[in-house]
Design a protein. Structure first.
Length: 166
């Protein structure tokens, strides 16, 4: 998870939502690295998990990542849960839960759906406090910058909600 947190820090440096992911094989070798790049690339699919899976598949020379483990700092969304399932990753370990988009238990539990041909094992809460803190700090800073810009433009802000132009 430390490597995934490092990837999250790199995405933070780019102004991206700080989420990082790492794929390791059964021997613990790093196969793929990913960090959020959706803003930089204008690509809604450029999530850390998807990019780590793509990197691992390229390095392995096979889209099937059976026996691999994915570490990600935030609970995967529905899209990423699908990519994880399709790639045959054996184990998903995530840090912080995602109450607004988490598809592995927080908002939904996509792997509880019967009928898929593959179900990865899921472990939640790995370094959860560190993973949550980098995200909370990012959004707090982003909100404070937004509030300051709106105040300069004459928009009244009360408790973080935009009210009206003055």
């Amino acid at each position: 998870m430390e490597l995934a947190l490092g990837q999250a820090a790199q995405s933070l440096d780019l102004g991206e939502v700080p989420i990082g992911a790492v794929v390791v094989d059964a021997n613990g070798r790093v196969m793929g690295l990913g960090r959020n790049m959706a803003e930089s690339w204008n690509d809604p699919t450029a999530h850390a998990e998807v990019l780590a899976i793509r990197d691992a598949a390229r390095r392995r020379g096979d889209w099937r990542l059976a026996g691999c483990r994915l570490y990600v700092t935030l609970e995967p969304c529905l899209m990423c849960a699908g990519a994880i399932q399709q790639s045959r990753i054996a184990v998903v370990c995530y840090g912080a839960p995602s109450p607004k988009s988490g598809a592995l238990g927080s908002l939904a539990d996509v792997y509880a759906i019967q009928g898929f041909n593959h179900y990865p094992q899921v472990t939640a809460g790995i370094k959860a406090d560190q993973c949550a803190k980098i995200l909370a700090d990012f959004f707090r800073d982003k909100r404070s910058r937004l509030d300051a810009r709106e105040l300069r433009r004459g928009v009244r802000v009360v408790e973080g909600a935009r009210l009206e132009s003055e």
